[in-house]
Design a protein around this ligand. Structure first.
Ligand SMILES: Nc1nc2c(c(=O)[nH]1)N[C@H]1C(S)=C(S)[C@@H](COP(=O)(O)O)O[C@H]1N2
Ligand SMILES: [Mo]
Length: 254
């Protein structure tokens, strides 16, 4: 119902706010009432929640410095025996490059310095491993969205695949996320953890932090990011090392 005359008649029938000025002052009075303000706030919350459900933009909870775990254990691979990786580790990753390719307009090769020079995000979040432990840590690095924007996605791009330097039980570790999580504001490529450069055990020089997902999605030792239109044909086709080998859930939302 958008007929102004009709809605005006309804207003009049409902209690007699007549002229424009009266309507205004009526609104002012309403606005001043605490109950009405509360109602507006509730509607705002509801709208935000609904919108985030639709856009997938809900943020993972962030914590304060005081909440950081005194010990953040390292899990899965805590080193890579790949000779090229070991050589890069030995030289402080000075000549190492993160490669970004696949369904992009402009493939990139980014040095650690280049990644550090991009706008940074820092976040204190809780890491939840399916093996039954959690830890709160601080992560810093450029947003993945910044890097993907620089590479320019081709229209067919659907997934970002993270190729890692380590093998688990002889097989390369890898992970993947869709573009909603890839462009999520808390999805970063962390080179810094708890105010220090990432250690080897935690995935030096670079790891994924995708904060609304379980521990196994947080790919360590990330060497290459490939944009694809499908997960099939990549290793076991289920989108990740654990997904392929143990049938772990691909989305792995917390
Ligand atoms: N490349 C690689 N990434 C990985 C793993 C791994 O074995 N290799 N293990 C995963 C699992 S199961 C967890 S819980 C976290 C552990 O991260 P942390 O060592 O920093 O605690 O890394 C994830 N990312
Ligand atoms: Mo894990």
């Amino acid at each position: 119902m958008t007929d102004p005359a009709l809605s005006r008649r309804r207003v009049l029938a409902a209690g007699g706010l007549g002229a424009g000025s009266l309507l205004l002052s009526g609104c002012d009075r309403l606005n001043a009432s605490p109950a009405f303000k509360g109602l507006l706030a509730d509607v705002g919350q509801l709208h935000m929640r609904a919108q985030r459900l639709i856009t997938g933009d809900a943020l993972a909870r962030e914590f304060g410095e005081a909440d950081m775990s005194p010990v953040f254990r390292a899990n899965g691979s805590v080193r890579s025996d790949d000779p090229i990786y070991r050589a890069h580790l030995g030289t402080g990753f000075a000549d190492w490059r993160l490669r970004v390719g696949g369904l992009v307009r402009k493939p990139l090769e980014l040095s650690l310095d280049a990644l550090k020079a991009l706008p940074q995000r820092s976040q204190i979040t809780r890491h939840d491993c399916v093996e039954g432990w959690s830890a709160i840590g601080k992560w810093q690095g450029p947003k993945l969205s910044t890097i993907l924007a620089a590479a320019g996605l081709l229209p067919e791009a659907r997934y970002a695949i993270f190729h890692c330097a380590d093998l688990l039980e002889g097989k390369p570790y890898y992970e993947s996320i869709d573009l909603i999580d890839a462009f999520h504001p808390q999805t970063i490529l962390a080179w810094r953890m708890n105010d220090a450069p990432l250690s080897e055990a935690h995935g030096a020089p670079l790891r994924l932090r995708v904060e609304r997902q379980l521990g196994y999605k947080q790919a360590k030792f990330v060497m290459r990011i490939d944009l694809t239109d499908t997960l099939s044909g990549i290793f076991g086709g289920k989108g990740g090392y654990w997904e392929d080998s143990r049938g772990y859930q691909w989305y792995a939302g917390i």
